[in-house]
Design a protein around this ligand. Structure first.
Ligand SMILES: O=C(O)CCC(=O)C(=O)O
Ligand SMILES: [Fe+2]
Length: 201
């Protein structure tokens, strides 16, 4: 619970959420997805992303042929739901109460989904960390460098793990190489949920 593994400045807290907290958070994410359905954003290169997404909070992350950005409303026109309380308490415990995150991006990975190496840099402020919560199947998380390319290190993220990209690690390239289908029983139909809490502006 209190263990912290540091990989290139990324702080990983294995098993931060216990089973009961994970189940509670899954229930909260279901409510988010019911109000603001998952969609597959189009990349600026014209290929739909394999990961399905939605958001909660003041802003939601979006991508289409015009590029990556944050939107005030879900693409269907409905407001983004409130950030799930369990996720908000993870933020408060790790980052503090001084600033509430503006966005909780929800990513859903089926067994085939992956996410290419990228930086989280669509926010206006990099002074606050990105806090990532993993639920469901294990995922191989690759951590690179501030510049594109170069040597990388990989670590498996498991259900209940929290990873914090802050300080010198805030703008490191990172991605998900693969998801180990069937490695967790948390989501009845399998797959992986990742929540990232972000300060946007
Ligand atoms: O799924 C993950 O663990 C990482 C997600 C991510 O990097 C992102 O949404 O920007
Ligand atoms: Fe990211």
């Amino acid at each position: 619970m209190d263990e912290v593994v540091r990989v290139r400045g990324v702080e990983i807290r294995p098993g931060y959420l216990d089973q009961a907290a994970q189940e509670a958070l899954v229930g909260e994410v279901r409510a988010v997805v019911a109000a603001a359905p998952l969609f597959s954003p189009m990349t600026p290169y014209g290929k739909p992303m394999r990961v399905r997404m939605t958001s909660a909070g003041r802003y939601g992350w979006f991508s289409d042929r015009s590029g990556y950005r944050y939107l005030d409303l879900h693409p269907s026109g409905v407001p983004w739901p409130e950030i799930p309380p369990v996720a908000l308490s993870v933020w408060e415990e790790i980052v503090g109460k001084e600033r509430v995150p503006d966005c909780c991006l929800v990513n859903f990975y089926d067994g085939e989904a992956r996410m290419g190496m990228h930086q989280d840099r669509d926010e206006a402020a990099f002074g606050w960390p990105v806090v990532s919560i993993s639920l469901g199947d294990d995922a191989l998380f690759r951590i690179g460098n501030l510049e594109r390319g170069g040597r990388t290190e990989s670590v498996w993220l498991r259900s209940g793990d929290v990873a914090v990209l802050g300080g010198t690690a805030r703008l490191l390239h990172h991605g998900i190489d693969r998801v180990r289908a069937g490695s967790s029983q948390l989501l009845p139909k399998g797959g992986r949920l990742n929540l990232t809490l972000r300060v946007v502006d």
